[in-house]
Design a protein around this ligand. Structure first.
Ligand code: ZN
Length: 445
């Protein structure tokens, strides 16, 4: 019988390989350019398969299209309690592209400078890919089982919405994961320093919906020198301006309320609804993301129309990046209709629902306990993510999704700015911390 437990009771180091693996995975350029297959998703998935195979864990590779590779592995060695439902542990292998000219270092070299691993994917999310592999390999070598069965899923295409990754897997091979009841992945588990002896660890329990709209204005094409009653460019410009300038009213979801309460308690202040955003500003750069979770948002991002200076085009279009709080979609679409007026219409380019689960239950208690064991100043709190993740796909199978990729971060690091940013980097000691927390978590989750 293989023992359960964690590195605390056994002789292995869950963090032993995490830094090297993170560097190695960064060096496999898995840039996602949208529908075109990028250079490295298959290479990365094959390398992960090899790393798992070395410690006796078999995996399956799936490709909806050549080179868009997703890996699934069942890990339930002797000692796992197979009466328990499996836990889905997922991480994407693709990254957003990086323009080397903007960076201080080569974004695909995986260099270590100033105590950090630098490179595209360092926080999104080759850090967690590496933590997971380091922990699983160390446990497998030491013969230490996780408490419950684990499904490891490494996906392609997360950065473009998962149609060639998680969403495809749920559509085509739900049998690989549909007995999972809970999942952990990005974006959460990172620390926000309140005081020397208090760090909030933000666990994602909800994420906004994506309503990417194409606005279309039709008019009468004609000569640019003439008077015109229905100029598509004029109509579209007015609509875009009204949408972009609209101040969306606050819509506080249960997750957001819980988060605001936790902030209020941690800062030992009452949050006045009228000045809540000023108070959040005290939290530093993370306030940019938290601010965006107070309401629906709609940002114009592209505008198109016309082909010649003296020709009025018959049509003009614009793109709106709309994000909706849980429960906020219907109000969002109603408001957009009013704002754009009767002469402009819209189509959905992307329509993905929001996701929300309660920050409660044994799994969140296991997160808190494993964080606290490694950081006595840790306090786990649920929060609403302004962006979207693969959780949108797993949620379709009724799986409760949590963002839990633990990192203890230095107070001064602009962590939110690292996501898709230049000079993306992660402290090596944060990676090692994360591996130790994850190891403890797998013993009790
Ligand atoms: Zn990500």
């Amino acid at each position: 019988m293989t023992p359960s437990g964690s590195a605390v009771d056994h002789d292995y180091k869950p963090e032993a390989e995490v830094v090297d693996l993170c560097r190695e995975l960064i060096r496999i350029d898995t840039s996602n350019y949208g529908p075109e297959p990028g250079p490295g998703e298959r290479d990365a998935a094959e390398r992960v398969a090899e790393l798992l195979d070395e410690v006796g864990i078999a995996s399956e590779l799936y490709e909806p299209e050549p080179r868009r590779t997703t890996l699934v592995a069942r890990w339930e060695p002797d000692g796992t309690d197979t009466n328990l439902s499996p836990l889905l542990v997922h991480a994407h292998l693709d990254v957003v592209p990086a323009d080397a000219a903007d960076w201080q270092v080569d974004p695909f070299a995986g260099e270590i400078t100033d105590g950090c691993v630098w490179g595209r994917g360092a926080v999104d999310m080759k850090d967690f890919d590496a933590m997971l592999l380091s922990v699983v390999r160390a446990r497998a070598r030491a013969g230490v089982a996780p408490r419950r069965p684990i499904r490891l899923v490494f996906t392609a295409d997360e950065e473009a919405g998962g149609m060639q990754g998680s969403q495809w897997l749920v559509d085509q091979h739900p049998e690989t994961i549909n007995d999972c009841t809970e999942a952990i992945g990005e974006v959460g588990g990172f620390s926000l320093t309140i005081r020397d002896d208090l760090r909030l660890y933000l666990i994602q329990t909800a994420e906004k919906g994506m309503n990417w709209l194409k606005l279309i204005a039709d008019g009468t094409a004609g000569h640019g020198s003439m008077r015109t009653e229905d100029n598509a460019v004029t109509e579209l410009a007015g609509a875009v301006s009204r949408v972009g300038n609209y101040r969306w009213p606050d819509r506080i979801t249960p997750t957001q309320q819980g988060f605001l309460d936790a902030i209020s308690e941690a800062l030992e202040i009452d949050l006045d609804p009228d000045t809540v955003e000023e108070t959040l500003a005290r939290l530093g750069s993370i306030s940019r993301m938290i601010g965006a979770t107070m309401s629906n948002t709609a940002n114009p991002t592209m505008i198109n129309g016309g082909y010649k200076h003296n020709v009025i085009p018959g049509q003009a279009t614009a793109a709106i990046d709309g994000r909706t709080v849980p429960g906020g979609r219907a109000e969002f679409l109603e408001t957009i209709k009013e704002l754009i007026g009767p002469k402009v219409r819209f189509e959905h380019a992307v329509d993905l629902p929001s996701v929300e689960t309660e920050f409660a239950g044994a799994l969140t208690e296991a997160m808190q306990a494993s964080l606290l064991a490694e950081d006595p100043g840790a306090r786990a709190v649920g929060y609403l993510l302004s962006a979207g993740t693969d959780a949108k796909a797993w949620d379709r199978l009724g799986i409760r999704c949590f963002g839990f990729a633990p990192l203890r971060l230095p107070a001064e690091l602009d962590f939110v700015g690292m996501f898709h940013g230049v000079d993306e980097r992660v402290p090596t000691d944060a990676l090692e911390f994360g591996a130790r927390v994850l190891d403890r978590f797998l013993a009790i989750a």
